[in-house]
Design a protein. Structure first.
Length: 511
């Protein structure tokens, strides 16, 4: 079959290709996938969303840092008794409050792709301001304290500060680096000035910890970005599915309306066409057989035969269309009874024998004896066999042969096979032949015209019986069609029950 896109009006109902649809959801999904695969950063929309998430997280944890500063200042004032630690605490609280006010202002104004870059820079500046407060803490000294204890206290506070800040600023890139880079510079200055090994060790440990936390925050940031990207892709896919569902519902509604219109048309037109056709067939047959007297012109008799033959062809077409429509609508009811497949095959051969002899076609039979009856619709099965035999006679050339077989299948069912030595069907045309109104090109050229509904009706009837239809054909070698009924429809006779003692009825005893 051709792979070209159909240009029929059916595409107004459902377009299976959907290649031309460039919906916003599809574009968003493609953009998200490209961004995840390329790894070249985020889009402005993602930057704005992540910055909004950072602002919300900062406001939620705004009370944590003041508590840490109060604890640090309290312990420092207790151990050192230096007023400088309280001055530092006021400065740190001021920087933290300024940063919180800035973040709250950003939340009120709203983060958009247009202004997110400006707000990000301002928030990084606030982080640097807070980092300068920790740099001032790193510059603190205590003349009255034991040096080892004070450096341990200062190192513990700085490590606690960098860990809390890293967890709070993991959604803002480079925030940890900008916050504690002044602290590293202050520690390096103190270590160079004092030349004390503990200060040098503290600088090395804090720098190493800072690098580690920068690495951890970057990994956490990337993980959050991927989660956000997956969430966005999921939302886009859901939107695309909703659009597809709405299109599918609309297409189904249109198809149902078209099917109802077709059913109404067939129901009304069948009566309107049958009434004049019966008159045409009856009067043309009367004229052709000269019941009321001979016709003066022999040509009129030939015309009457042509009219009768054409009317019968049209009536057969109407009947086949109605049968197929009833099957498709699910209103084709089977009138099942016990029938013999061999009897139906022999009767059908007898009915088609006259047409076969007119073309000098020999019909051979090969039936397995002793086939049990089957449970099926006799009229429907006879229609199947007659359709297949009619096609075989129609497409078999003069002097050809047709072989009709009937017997058991490997699964315990029964089959009827009809094989001819006609022109055959090309392999690429078999799906066309099996479709409604479909006909093979070679068969059309070498035989009389048909409706193209015989095989679809055969398939539908066998499907209603739970059976199967097979078509095997080779070009210029002939065609074989097989109608199969399943084993569940074969009626097996049960052996007689012998030597079984009757059960005596229980006798009731009354007191």
């Amino acid at each position: 079959m051709s792979d070209d896109v159909s240009t029929s009006t059916d595409k107004n109902v459902v377009d299976l290709t959907r290649g031309h649809r460039k919906t916003a959801a599809t574009k968003a999904v493609r953009t998200t996938r490209d961004r995840l695969q390329s790894g070249q950063g985020l889009s402005p929309a993602f930057d704005a969303e992540i910055l909004s998430m950072h602002i919300a997280a900062t406001l939620q944890g705004a009370a944590v840092m003041p508590v840490i500063i109060f604890l640090v200042a309290g312990f420092g004032a207790y151990f050192t008794a230096e007023p400088a630690i309280m001055i530092w605490a006021l400065f740190a609280l001021s920087m933290h409050a300024a940063g919180v006010l800035l973040v709250r202002s950003a939340q009120r104004s709203g983060i958009t792709p247009a202004n997110q870059q400006r707000w990000r820079h301002l928030i990084l500046v606030a982080q640097i301001a807070m980092g300068s407060a920790w740099a001032l803490f790193a510059l603190q000294s205590c003349a009255t304290c034991e040096q080892t204890t004070f450096i341990s206290y200062k190192g513990s506070v700085l490590l606690l500060a960098v860990s809390i800040s890293a967890m709070g600023a993991m959604l803002l890139r480079q925030a940890v680096l900008f916050s504690f880079l002044p602290t590293v510079i202050a520690l390096i200055y103190v270590a160079i000035s004092s030349r004390h090994m503990l200060d040098v060790g503290l600088t090395a440990v804090f720098t190493t910890a800072l690098v580690f936390f920068i690495y951890i925050t970057n990994r956490l940031h990337q993980a959050n970005v991927k989660l956000l990207s997956f969430q966005t892709e999921k939302d886009d896919l859901i939107a695309e599915l909703e659009v597809a569902k709405s299109l599918s519902d609309e297409a189904r509604r249109r198809a149902e309306e078209a099917n109802m219109a077709k059913s109404r048309f067939l129901a009304s037109m069948s009566h309107e066409l049958r009434t004049p056709l019966n008159a045409i067939l009856g009067f043309s047959e009367v004229m052709a057989t000269e019941v009321l007297g001979p016709l003066n012109n022999p040509l009129y008799k030939e015309y009457s035969s042509d009219i009768h033959r054409s009317g019968k062809h049209l009536l057969d077409l109407i009947n086949e269309i109605l049968d197929l429509s009833r099957i498709e609508a699910g209103k084709y009811e089977l009138s099942e009874e016990t029938i013999s497949l061999l009897d139906i095959a022999e009767e059908s051969i007898g009915m088609i024998q006259l047409r076969a002899k007119s073309k000098n076609i020999r019909i051979d039979q090969q039936f397995e004896t002793g086939l049990p009856p089957v449970w099926a619709d006799e009229k429907a099965i006879r229609q199947v066999v007659l359709n297949l035999l009619s096609n075989a006679v129609k497409f078999t050339p003069q002097g050809g042969e047709i072989m009709v077989k009937a017997g058991w299948t490997a699964g315990g069912g029964q089959y009827i096979s009809i094989k001819d030595n006609g022109p055959g069907i090309p392999e690429n045309e078999i799906p066309i032949v099996l479709s409604a109104f479909g006909q093979g090109s070679i068969a059309i050229k070498s035989a009389e015209q048909g409706t193209g509904l015989g095989l679809p009706i055969v398939q539908a009837i066998l499907a209603k019986h739970g059976g199967e239809f097979k078509l095997k054909s080779r070009l210029r070698e002939g065609t074989e069609v097989i109608a199969i009924l399943p084993s569940s429809r074969v009626l097996e006779s049960l052996p007689a029950v012998s030597e079984t003692k009757a059960v005596e009825p229980r006798r009731r005893q009354f007191a």
